[in-house]
Write a protein that binds this ligand. Structure first.
Ligand SMILES: Nc1ncnc2c1ncn2[C@@H]1O[C@H](COP(=O)(O)OP(=O)(O)OP(=O)(O)O)[C@@H](O)[C@H]1O
Ligand SMILES: [Zn+2]
Length: 579
């Protein structure tokens, strides 16, 4: 993309725009490339630095110059938020770009991996070095309870030996990413004051056959010498994947590594005081041999925290930073459904960074609110250049979601609406907040959610008489809910309470097995479509009934770019004068 061109300063660039000599502009992340007529009246390429200039869009729109913005989205910290939120609009090409970058990243990673032989690079922490105790782990009381026994055993293996008790020496921590599996394992070592060996399953997997197995052997030799101790194997599913699942050709490297692991696990007895903790978020792919009685037969489930758990986690992390007295951690906990402990730790850190940026010595409520948006939607893209038509469509789309949500009973209140583009590729979003965690969902609630998802596109149709690609995520999320209603929750009369699909991995909602014939499968599709069509019609009806309010609110949002739930409700409930 980089071409040679004459460098000019930003002022000259603006002057050339005003003069009308600029023909096309490409705005990249750190520079702007443009073509314009030079002094000789010939077309030439120029380069200038990238400025934080909010008026640039306006200036360019006022001319006939063609301009393009290179959008380089980054991975949103919480893509799964799409399911809870009313979905943000995402540019198709931004997503594509994002996927390409991920792909490239992966290829790059492979090529760059080092080839290590022999000694494994297992990290060893002395007891004091993990520095973690149960006090660092908020919530997860059941897991802590179960692990206390292990700690007691490590404190005093003799006691168990004398009475002839067998300790479960292999324990599997199962739960979604970021729920504190690693943290908990470290805390066990910290509480027991024993050395902690940490290795990640993916580190066992080498490009050359035999190296993984050698590493396993090496790890266990070191551990036996340091007993009592804890060996923690993160991502055990990367080595322990069922041999049936690895395809016809098989994967010799993985098989050998897994066999070695099984051998080692059989070879040492718990009396030595080596406890193996392993973590996975894909327990169902594990090889049966790993789960036989006597091996990882004890499982400790870790769940995403509920509202009280989230508050507790925020409090743990708030202790390590300076914060004003008046921050409302309970409120933040309310707005972060389906957030993991890792997300919440990250939120506090983003808040701290923002406080520094603003020159404050303590984190305030506004810093946390700023961080909340980053965690939910990604960083702001201050210089994203959107055409007037796009901005308009995004504003109506988001107001569409919000009005549809507000006009339905039994739907969560709107908390915030924004049309500031984000680095995640999100162009706008509407956030709703639930007062409590939703554990049981009624059919009405599901339907309301789907109708709300339909609100964005419906607004485009009714008001602007067009449709955009911005509803991509809405469509995906709505379809997923409608499908689950039919196939798993028995909420369609046609199939009564018949199970049509089973879910393989509760942490990856999409990993399902169909239980039905092709014929039934087609009927399921019909049923899903029926629900979607019904919801779409309902959303359009709500929009049609509120056209004057749509205009009023969308104009306000266009001007302000963000609005709070209160502002929104106030304007919505105000009597129309004359309308
Ligand atoms: N219950 C919790 N209490 C306090 N902090 C937590 C909790 N759960 C997670 N965290 C924070 O999140 C960070 C990441 O958690 P951790 O790495 O232990 O998760 P994990 O379950 O091992 O994730 P992964 O599956 O991605 O490896 C921790 O270092 C900690 O800061
Ligand atoms: Zn949408």
């Amino acid at each position: 993309m980089k071409s040679k061109g004459e460098e000019v300063d930003y002022k000259t660039f603006v002057a050339m725009i005003e003069e009308g000599s600029v023909e096309s502009v490409l705005v990249e992340d750190s520079r702007i490339e443009f073509t314009a007529l030079n002094d000789e009246g010939e077309e030439a390429v120029f380069i200038t630095g990238r400025m934080e200039d909010p008026a640039l869009t306006e200036r360019l729109l006022a001319t006939n110059a063609k301009f393009t913005q290179e959008i380089i989205p980054e991975e949103s910290p919480l893509l799964n938020f799409f399911l809870i939120w009313i979905l943000p609009m995402v540019l198709l090409y931004a997503l594509w770009n994002f996927m390409m970058r991920r792909l490239q990243g992966r290829v790059g990673g492979l090529g760059g991996s080092e080839m290590k032989f022999g000694k494994s690079n297992v990290m060893v922490y002395a007891a004091s070095e993990t520095g973690k105790t149960f006090a660092d782990v908020a919530g997860q009381d059941e897991a802590k309870e179960a692990l206390w026994e292990v700690i007691d055993f490590l404190h005093n293996p003799q006691k168990y030996r004398e009475i002839g008790a067998k300790m479960p020496k292999e324990i599997l921590l199962v739960g979604p990413p970021g729920t504190g599996k690693t943290l908990l394992a470290k805390a066990v070592a910290g509480e027991a004051k024993v050395p902690f060996f940490l290795i990640s399953g993916s580190e066992f997997m080498e490009m050359f056959v035999g190296v993984g197995a050698a590493r396993v052997r090496d790890l266990f030799n070191q551990a036996q010498a340091k007993a009592p101790c804890i060996v923690f194997i993160d991502e055990i599913d990367t080595i322990g994947k069922s041999r049936n699942l690895s395809g016809i050709t098989g994967n010799d490297e993985r098989d050998q590594t897994l066999n070695q692991l099984l051998n080692e696990m059989d070879g040492f007895s718990s009396e030595k005081g080596v406890v193996i903790l392993a973590a996975t978020n894909k327990p169902e792919v594990l090889d049966k041999a790993l789960l036989r009685p006597g091996r990882f037969d004890r499982r400790i489930p870790l769940e995403l925290p509920d509202i009280a758990g989230r508050e507790a986690i925020l409090r743990v992390h708030a202790k390590t930073v300076k914060m004003t007295e008046d921050v409302d951690l309970k409120g933040i906990a309310k707005y972060t459904p389906v957030s993991s402990g890792a997300d919440l730790a990250n939120l506090i850190n983003e808040g701290a960074l923002h406080a520094i940026k603003e020159g404050r010595s303590e984190i305030t409520q506004s810093d946390l609110e700023y961080a909340l948006e980053i965690i939910l939607a990604g960083y702001q893209r201050k210089n994203a250049i959107l055409s007037k038509e796009d901005k308009l469509a995004i504003a109506y789309h988001e107001i569409g979601h919000a009005i549809v949500a507000a006009k339905q009973t039994d739907s969560a209140p709107v908390n915030k609406i924004s049309i500031i583009p984000r680095t995640s590729g999100v162009l706008g979003y509407t956030m709703q907040s639930e007062e409590t965690d939703q554990i049981l969902m009624s059919r009405e609630k599901f339907l309301n959610k789907i109708v709300t998802y339909m609100g964005g596109r419906s607004a485009e149709e009714v008001i602007l008489n067009t449709v955009t690609s911005g509803a991509e995520n809405d469509i995906e999320a709505a379809t997923a809910i409608a499908r689950a209603m039919v196939t798993r929750y028995g909420m369609s009369e046609k199939f009564d309470m018949m199970a049509l699909e089973t879910i393989n991995n509760p942490y990856l909602g999409t990993d399902v097995t169909s239980l039905v014939s092709n014929e039934t499968s087609a009927k399921i599709d019909d049923e899903v479509l029926r629900i979607i069509t019904f919801a779409h019609e309902k959303a359009k009806e709500i929009i049609r009934e509120n056209v004057p309010k749509m205009h009023e609110l969308a104009n306000y949002l266009l001007e302000k770019e963000t609005m709070t739930g209160e502002e929104f409700m106030e304007m919505l409930e105000e009597k129309d004068d004359g309308g």
